[in-house]
Write a protein that binds this ligand. Sequence first.
Ligand code: GSH
Length: 202
Amino acid sequence: MRLFYKPGACSLASHIVLKEVGVTFSVDEVDTQAGRTKFGRDFKQLNPKGYVPALELETGEVITEGASILQYIADKHPENQLAPAAGTIARARMQEHLNYTSSELHKAFGPLFSDNATDAQKVDARENVAQKIDYMATLLKDGQEYLVENKFTVADAYVFVVLNWANFTGIDLNKWPNIAAYVARIAARPSTKEAMLAEGLL
Ligand SMILES: N[C@@H](CCC(=O)N[C@@H](CS)C(=O)NCC(=O)O)C(=O)O
């Protein structure tokens, strides 16, 4: 298996989860602007959508969309218990968190990483992100450490990566002590440290 990634991007969640399950895999860094990878692949051929993450299987098939990749890895390695069984309410909750993160929280950060956004747009984006973090903070009430059944799932890997962007975009997570503790908790996992080290982030 080969993971196509950009350092610190949402692909880091897939990287963390691959480390969690301990499977053998390789990585290839993508220059999404150029549409090429470090090892000389034409990335547009691998993922016509042009963005990371993409996971290439031994069969040559390529899976895209982080939420799909994360659940594929978890389902292939049920012994690691990184996703509740399909058809359970817990699985639906995990998918709720994955979808919310992908379509709402992740996208809300967009202007903060854009060279084309005005200062006013960035102020609005910070407010928008803060409202979404207000919501995330309500999910971790009463000392709950993880989002679903208080056990680490692939949703936590994705939520961690996106919330951690706050630290690079002028949003102080200490405003939400339970969120700051959650991000620190997942950052401390060996899988997270290994993946971040491999991406040159530590
Ligand atoms: N819907 C996709 C979005 C993926 C996405 O936004 N990827 C970003 C990095 S987090 C990307 O590769 N953007 C293109 C770029 O940075 O040039 C998913 O959830 O996987």
